[in-house]
Write a protein that binds this ligand. Sequence first.
Ligand code: ADP
Length: 304
Amino acid sequence: MKNKIIDVKGLTKKYGNKGSLALDNIDLKIERGKIFGLLGPNGAGKSSFINILSGLSNKTSGKVLVCGIDLDKDPKTIRGNIGVVPQEINIDPFFTPLEIMNIQSGMYGVKKKQNKNLEILKNLDLHEKSNAYSRSLSGGMKRRLMVAKALVHSPTLLILDEPTAGVDVELRTKLWNYIRLLNKEGVTIILTTHYLKEAEILCDEIAVINNGKVIACDTKNNLLKLLDDKELIIEFSDKVNSVPQKIKKFIISKEEKKVVLKFKKSQISTAEVIKAFVGKKFKLKEITTKESDLEDIFIKLLKE
Ligand code: ADP
C-alpha cells in the first residue's frame, strides 16, 4: 500500500444534522507521484474532500489514510506531509513575503538549516519582492505567494484548490510549469479544477465527482477513450454533387464545397474516409479534424 498517497474508504461528510451528504461513501485511491485532478460541478464535494484530507474539516465517517497514516490516529503527521493552496488568497498585507514564509515555517517547525524560503520565492519569481510589503504585490504575485507558503515544509503532497481560477494566461502557464516541475521533483499533486482544459493538459489521472459521489476515476487517457467520436471537416475546391456511398452515413452536414462527417474511430479510420474522396477525383482543399475532449466526456458522465 506504500505507493498509495491517499487511500480513502467509505468517506462520508454531512454538514449539520439536517444537511444532505456532501460526500457520500467515497472510495478513492491516489498513487504517489501523480498529478491527480478532481473534477466536478459546483457543490459536487471537491472542497469538502480536500478540506478533510488537509484537516480543515472533520469527516462524518469513513477511513482516510494519507501516506499510509490513519487520519484518526495521527492527523498532525499528516498535516506535516501536506501543503495546501486554498482558493481564497489570505495574505497579511503588513508582512513581506519573506516574513510570511518565515512565520509559516515557524508554524510547521521547520529548522533554520532546512529553511529554503528564499529559494522557493526565487522559483516562483518572487525574490525581487521578498522584502516588499505584501499589499504592494499584484494579484498574480499574491497567488504565487500562496503556492510558496504551502511549500515551506517541503510537503510530499501538494493540494491545490482551483489553482488558476481567475488568473491570466501567462500566469496560468507559469503555474502549470511550476506544478509540473514540483511533480518531477517527486511531489504528488492533487488539484481541483473547473477548467477541463487544465485537467487535460496537466493531470495523469482524474476523478469526476458529482453529488458527493465518484462517478468516474481513471487515467486521463482512458477517460478520453470513453468517447471515440471524431469529427472531420473536408473542404473542396470545386462544388460537390454527390458523396461516396461508403461514407454517406457519417455525414452530419453538407454545403456546396464542404462536408462534415462524424464517426467513431472504431467504425472507420480517418484514412479510409479520405481515401473514399481521393479515389473519386474530388479536389480536396482543406481537412480539419476534431477529437472529443475532456469536456465532451465530462458532459456525458454528468448526463449519465
Ligand atoms: P465543491 O467544492 O465541489 O464546489 P463543496 O465541497 O464546497 O463542493 O460542497 C459540497 C456540498 O456541501 C454542497 O452542497 C455545499 O452546499 C455543502 N457545503 C459545503 N460546505 C458547507 C458548510 N460549511 N456548511 C454547510 N454545507 C456546506
